[in-house]
Design a protein around this ligand. Structure first.
Ligand code: SF4
Ligand code: SF4
Length: 248
């Protein structure tokens, strides 16, 4: 990974060694604003669409936007959420296109798009690929928590038949006894359970309760598509709160 410099190499997870295609993928993702890149083997994951490998891209949400979430989402956060999703979709489309041009089959999984069969799930769980790359773990809020940025990341994935040289080192959970997100959730949707390998999201969070609360309480912001409280409140996200007079 010498070609990236130390700073970028430390933000590439799951790769033991990189060939020219892998190096180009990392280069284009970091140049487009990725906060980290993960590579993983998803051949045992049920919703892998028949692909063996996953490239995960993580984008760090802006602290300045998340700081505004003080008990409720903001219009700025909703706009940021949509803009970041669009940026992630462009990045994964570019990577999948590049992999196709190199003779590999690859598809880009949208950053945020429900599947036909389940309104609370996408075509592939980005956090599964991210976790298997070793870039972080699943928190009690059922979100992916990155080693560097905690919950303040959004993810997208590329699934491909390319085989990568993988290191397969997983990251242990880091929630411990913390219950900040459980206490902060206005819907009472977070059970406060530590993630255990194989757990479904439904074992950590009542997703229907979460969704119903967002649609009822925040329908004036993107028709209840966002909340963000359990991202902003998570101490792993390391945000400093704003007082009404300014930043403390
Ligand atoms: S998104 Fe909001 S309502 Fe849903 S679990 Fe997180 S804090 Fe609770
Ligand atoms: S707030 Fe605490 S329990 Fe919840 S995800 Fe963050 S570290 Fe884990």
């Amino acid at each position: 990974m010498k070609m990236y410099g130390k700073e970028r190499a430390e933000l590439i997870y799951g790769l033991k060694s990189a060939d020219e295609v892998d190096a180009r993928i990392c280069e284009m993702l970091f140049d487009d604003g990725a906060a980290f890149v993960g590579f993983s083997d998803v051949s045992d994951v049920a919703e892998n669409h028949g692909y063996r490998s996953c490239v995960t891209v993580g984008f760090k949400l802006f602290d300045g936007i998340l700081k505004g979430i003080q008990g409720a989402p903001t219009y700025e956060y909703f706009h940021h959420y949509r803009t970041v999703n669009a940026a992630l979709d462009r990045m994964t489309l570019r990577v999948a296109t590049f992999l196709n041009s190199q003779g590999f089959d690859a598809i880009a999984i949208p950053a945020s798009q429900s599947s036909d069969s389940d309104p609370f799930k996408g075509a592939f769980a980005h956090k599964t690929g991210a976790r298997l790359s070793g870039a972080g773990y699943i928190g009690k809020n059922a979100l992916f928590l990155s080693r560097e940025f905690g919950a303040k990341v959004r993810l997208a994935s590329v699934l491909t038949d390319k085989e990568f040289d993988l290191s397969r080192t997983l990251c242990g959970g880091g929630c411990g006894d913390c219950e900040v997100c459980k206490m902060a959730c206005p819907a009472g949707a977070i059970y406060g359970k530590n993630y255990v390998e194989g757990d479904d999201v439904s074992e950590l969070v009542d997703v229907a309760k979460c969704s119903a609360h967002m649609k009822a309480a925040y329908k004036h912001i993107g028709r209840g598509a966002v909340c963000g409280i359990c991202i902003a409140e998570c101490p792993k996200s390391c945000l400093k709160k704003l007082s009404s007079q300014g930043e403390k």
